[in-house]
Design a protein around this ligand. Structure first.
Ligand code: KIV
Ligand code: ZN
Length: 506
């Protein structure tokens, strides 16, 4: 059985999604989880694009051992040199060089002829090859490029040393049969194609990214570029979990395999959603909250009698915990630790103590503590461990007659306790204004959402806040059974991330 190489670009194309900025530690945390998931390649970023991206790629290259670490570069010397600087300490480094290929891009954007682009592609692949054996090349907007020209460029870059040639459907325009035809044509018309791996990179503008990727592997492509939860530029990229599970579930049809440990899928999906702030839609295949939920009586009856009647995959294969065991205030530390381990968290020592204390506090407020509550609680603990400013106390008064007022007390990075109060149009507005009086960083709040983690009036409320400062968006999250407290935590979390990014930029 042939193996399909899984090239994960969550940290590069995924992070390009509007509002999805991640900080250094978050990128490293995701990279660590991607390694556990078993991806073959991590595209860690676009080093020339910003000092933050460069640092993240460099750190990931140093820390992550098993997968190939890839840095993206335009076909210009400065990008390639910078990409190499960032990945040179990786055990397995790769440089990914790209240049536009379609006449639309050449005419309107690059203002270069096909000959010039072909020459640049050849030279820049050769430049990358001087640094590393492993060079990938992408002719951007390939699906809207005349196939004959694609064949020519691919032949030239393979001669110059490209070991992977990636065919992007950059604007998500292709139809599966058409895109599959392009891949088949490449195998037939590029004379040296047996010296390179053929890869595909599909965007989801027409909702066809996964279909186009699967059609391509069916026609011989052996690398797929994808992201966790399908996040990415505009409508996103092909979703890793959907591709991997389609290959696994329909092995009878495709006769292919991947090296993904599918039991890590759910945890990876939750982590990426948590850190990027992009919620997974409930009906999302594989990882959505309803993906394995049966509502209709007939379906429930069938699943009880024999799961295969309406379930084509066992939820445990993707790491969704089998039992829906519920913990409560009488549950001990041992039961809590066991549940954490089943959910894929390995906490010990002080981290476990803090998480257990937070669990006990929650169990006092809420009769039943579910897996989702525990996940939310752990995420809150992780956020708290990297805080700059910390919420100490919060008091709010509001109602239809009163003037919404908030008093806030914070602990500063150097341990001082500071407090202030403000009036607002509502309690959340008053809280944000009071916090602004204490942490004075100009910003605009662009998004505010509240969502309950579970059913029931006593549920934890998760708040997501996005703020914008100097054209950059920062996401903050907070969770508590009191949604005003969640809002304060989320706003402080967003400000903490803004401050950390500014500090790093110097
Ligand atoms: O969508 C695209 O064309 C890309 C390239 C850089 C591969 O992301
Ligand atoms: Zn892309």
């Amino acid at each position: 059985m042939d193996k399909v190489i899984i090239f994960d670009t969550t940290l590069r194309d995924g992070e390009q999604a509007a509002g999805g900025t991640l900080n250094l530690q978050e990128k490293l945390e995701i990279a660590r989880q991607l390694e556990k998931l078993g991806v073959d390649i991590i595209e860690a970023g676009f080093p020339v694009s910003s000092p933050g991206d460069f640092e993240a790629v460099r750190l990931i290259a140093k820390e992550i051992c098993t997968p190939i670490i890839c840095g993206l570069a335009r076909a210009v010397p400065q990008d390639i040199d910078r990409a190499w600087e960032a990945i040179k300490e990786a055990k397995h480094p790769r440089i990914h060089v790209f240049i536009s290929a379609s006449d639309i891009h050449l005419g309107y954007q690059l203002k270069k002829s096909r000959e010039e682009v072909l020459q640049t592609a050849r030279e820049m692949v050769a430049r990358a090859k001087n640094y590393t054996e492993d060079v990938e090349f992408s002719p951007m907007d390939a699906s809207r490029t005349e196939p004959g020209y694609i064949y020519q460029i691919l032949e030239a870059v393979i001669d110059a040393g490209a070991t992977t040639v990636n065919i992007p459907d950059t604007v998500g325009y292709a139809m599966p049969d058409e895109f599959g035809g392009l891949i088949e044509g490449i195998f037939q018309k590029v004379p040296n194609i047996n010296r390179a791996v053929v890869s595909v990179h599909c965007h989801n503008d027409l909702g066809l990214a996964v279909a186009n990727s699967l059609e391509s592997v069916w026609r011989g492509a052996r690398q797929v570029e994808c992201t966790i939860n399908g996040i990415g530029e505009r409508a996103g990229n092909a979703s890793l979990e959907e591709i991997v599970m389609a290959i696994k579930t329909r092995q009878d049809f495709l006769n292919l395999t991947t090296s993904i440990d599918t039991k890590q899928i759910y945890k990876t999906s939750r982590l990426v959603s948590e850190l990027t702030g992009f919620t997974v839609q409930p009906n999302k295949a594989i990882v959505g909250a309803n993906a394995f939920r049966h509502e209709s009586g007939i379906h429930q009856d069938g699943v009880i009698k024999m799961p295969i009647t309406y379930e084509i995959m066992d939820p445990r294969t993707v790491g969704i915990p089998a039992s829906s065991l519920v913990l409560g205030k009488l549950s001990g530390r041992h039961a809590f630790a066991e549940r954490l381990a089943e959910l894929g968290y390995s906490l010990s020592g002080e981290d476990l103590n803090r998480a257990f204390a937070a669990f006990k506090e929650l169990a006092d407020k809420k009769r039943k503590v579910t897996d989702r509550d525990i996940e939310s609680l752990i995420a809150e603990e992780l956020r708290a461990s990297s805080e700059v400013y910390h919420l100490d106390r919060l008091q709010v008064s509001c109602g239809d007659r009163g003037i919404p007022t908030a008093a806030v007390r914070l602990v500063t990075p150097d341990g001082r306790v500071i407090a202030d109060a403000a009036l607002g149009t509502g309690p959340v507005d008053a809280v944000c204004k009071a916090i602004n009086r204490l942490i004075d960083v100009p910003n605009v709040l662009t998004e505010f959402t509240v969502k309950s983690v579970t059913e029931g009036i006593d549920a934890i409320g998760e708040v997501l806040i996005r703020i914008e400062s100097e054209g950059v968006t920062y996401t903050g999250r907070g969770a508590d059974t009191d949604i005003i407290v969640s809002s304060a935590k989320a706003y402080i979390n967003a400000l903490n991330r803004l401050l950390a990014a500014k500090k790093m930029a110097g």
